[in-house]
Design a protein around this ligand. Sequence first.
Ligand SMILES: Nc1nc2c(c(=O)[nH]1)N[C@H]1C(S)=C(S)[C@@H](COP(=O)(O)OP(=O)(O)OC[C@H]3O[C@@H](n4cnc5c(=O)[nH]c(N)nc54)[C@H](O)[C@@H]3O)O[C@H]1N2
Ligand SMILES: Nc1nc2c(c(=O)[nH]1)N[C@H]1C(S)=C(S)[C@@H](COP(=O)(O)OP(=O)(O)OC[C@H]3O[C@@H](n4cnc5c(=O)[nH]c(N)nc54)[C@H](O)[C@@H]3O)O[C@H]1N2
Ligand code: SF4
Ligand SMILES: [Mo]
Length: 705
Amino acid sequence: MSRQREPASERESDAEADVPPDTDGDGDDSRRYAPVDTVCPSCSVGCGLRYSDRTGGAVGREGAPVNPEGRLCPKGIEAFDGLDENRLTTPLVREDGELVPASWEEALGRVERELGGLVDAHGPDSLAFLGAPRCTNEENYLFGKLARMLGTNNVDNRARICHRSAVTATTRRFGCGAMTNTLEDISEADAFLVVGSNPAAQQPIAFDSYVRPAVNDGATLVHVDPRANRTTRAADVHLAARPGTDALLVNLLVAELLELDAVDREFVEARTTGFEAFVDSFEAFDADAGAERTGVDREKIRRVARAIGDADGTAVIVGTGAEAPDHRGTETVDALLNLLLLTGNVGRRGAGMNVLRGLNNEQGANDVGARPTTLPGFDPVDDSEARERVAAEWGADPPTDPGLSELEAVRAFGDDVRGAYVLGENPAVTRMETQFVARKFETLDFLVVQDIAPSETVEHADVVLPGSAWAEKGGTVTNLDRQVQRMRAAASPPDSARRDIDVVRELGQRLTGTTFAAETPEGVFKELTRVNPLYAGMSYAGLESGSQRWPFPEGATEGVGVLHRDRFMNGEKRAPLLPIRETDDAEGGETDVGDSPSGLVVLTRTRLNEGRSGPDDGDAPELLVHPDDAAARGIRDDGRVVLDGAERVDAVASLSAEVREGTVFLDAEWADRLLAGRESRTVDVRTADPNSDSDPKSTSTSTSD
Ligand SMILES: Nc1nc2c(c(=O)[nH]1)N[C@H]1C(S)=C(S)[C@@H](COP(=O)(O)OP(=O)(O)OC[C@H]3O[C@@H](n4cnc5c(=O)[nH]c(N)nc54)[C@H](O)[C@@H]3O)O[C@H]1N2
Ligand SMILES: Nc1nc2c(c(=O)[nH]1)N[C@H]1C(S)=C(S)[C@@H](COP(=O)(O)OP(=O)(O)OC[C@H]3O[C@@H](n4cnc5c(=O)[nH]c(N)nc54)[C@H](O)[C@@H]3O)O[C@H]1N2
Ligand code: SF4
Ligand SMILES: [Mo]
């Protein structure tokens, strides 16, 4: 599929507003934003918004694709707040160990020399490109193109980590890891099975506009989470399974569904393989023992199975809590896919596997190829047709061997990887051991970081390039249900900061010696539609007043809502049902609980980027403890406690039945310190109160679900 390049004269202007600070000259130097139609940068839901002079903040846009009523959550309303604070406004280069201001020419020249020098001396795989789920499709596309034109597939983005199991398992079985359905159609579900996800708090407009109304209309909401939270409050049933037993819990549901004969035979016949072996694998399944291990009453599990059996459509929603703590297993999601296939809840409205992604352009960064194993459009890096497609466009063959993932790349710093280009992410903060990561960054020969604000990663940089915040750039972003929308610049970057896309383009030109990229985001998007078949039929004109959803083939008038309708995205008619021994963690699996007599499983939530407070604040964090666990340890409400994990953390106890017994909840900044580099989430928890009278015998066996 080769199409003519657009003649230069036909390149549309992007109509991007360049709004200088203090346009009205009233001496108030707080920045003004143009009221252009753009997209909320704060989560993957992708609500439409614009700046309002009246409110001095963001307001929703009526008729926007995701939030047509113009609703925004508090985080969206604050999207423009603080954009000027703490900005990087001039390039920095390291001189005698210190980062000092430099000209763009000096900074870019150094990046060109250093990265180019590493390629010459050690080959292109000595470089890693890390970025950027907060940046646009166009920026991520060019970032991946730069890596590959230089000869390496070492390009990744770290938002892949937060939904790794879900995306991996769904891709393996259905050929595509994206949300199988759309927000709009899942509102037709009769049952929602929400596992390890708190959408009422984390994707509030999606939840309030598409899930809550269905529940108010009578759909059953089942929340599987060891901690009760905002989503639980809207739920009909809360299954607080012990951490580590989610797959077992889902298998218990499947066993009940088999017993109820709630199998969609027609679907199973037409669209699955392995049914007999699947059923056989449940023969020796001991449901009573299983229920016991999950800590959930079997009758409650039966009730949920009946609701799913009776439902016309069941939609599964998963979040970061469904991820394997070791970032490797896929048991929970595989068990959920079995449940969906068995009940015929795939390829139709009001159903499906709905992975609610996190950051605003997490989906898009992956779609356009900021991944070590796939080219734009998810074709493997060794797929000959996809390779030809990009080679025709780039004038260079992409490398065939898969690259390193972000975690692998960081581990290889100082060894195989000598230089890195980090765009809009902060990989120095990870769940790996902090000192280890810091040491790794220091072993790099050269690190360039393009960011808008100082960060832990910037501290290690040799060159810092000040980029543009979301409100200062144009381009497209792709939301959690595959809708591509236009982000429009409402201001220009402050001082000598530059638009991210311009910086990547210039480095591309310098390092590849080619024109590298079109001059406008629109030109780059046009190129992207030629290399990514999922975006083939899209255009800025088509996106003008709304969204276009992938897959959007060339010549189509609209995108596809429900995936896998007649065939799975891998071209197969059928997907495998996986026998229980491949998904079950009942044997040999761990519940985490009981590793040590005083051990409790630490639950946390995604590190919130708003109001980031941390261990430096001096205040001890709050630890939610179940009253029974507290009694067993002599821990009092408001009493001081000590947690011994990778590091020691001192906290103040708050007794609450919100957490199930055997677990405690702690905010991520502290949980990270406890769990850094460990595979187990279990830590010792003890009172720091010298007068406490611990009575281990008072532990009760009741559960909080
Ligand atoms: N306001 C705000 N919204 C955000 C973000 C933000 O920073 N602020 N971040 C965005 C990002 S990047 C992401 S990835 C998403 C995250 O969205 P979610 O994944 O919905 O967010 P979490 O609060 O981390 O919820 C995970 C849930 O899993 C539960 N959990 C923990 N362990 C287990 C377990 O073993 N089994 C089960 N069943 N549940 C478990 C936790 O108790 C918690 O309720 O949110 C996005 N939305
Ligand atoms: N320890 C620990 N690690 C985690 C998590 C956790 O809870 N704890 N959460 C995980 C999850 S769910 C996620 S999604 C990831 C998030 O991982 P990151 O995306 O690395 O997280 P942030 O801290 O938001 O870092 C984003 C960086 O990009 C910069 N930035 C923002 N917008 C732009 C832009 O438009 N252009 C440029 N050039 N820079 C920009 C910000 O200033 C910031 O330094 O972290 C994962 N890792
Ligand atoms: S739900 Fe997400 S996209 Fe919508 S306003 Fe809130 S933070 Fe922004
Ligand atoms: Mo995330």
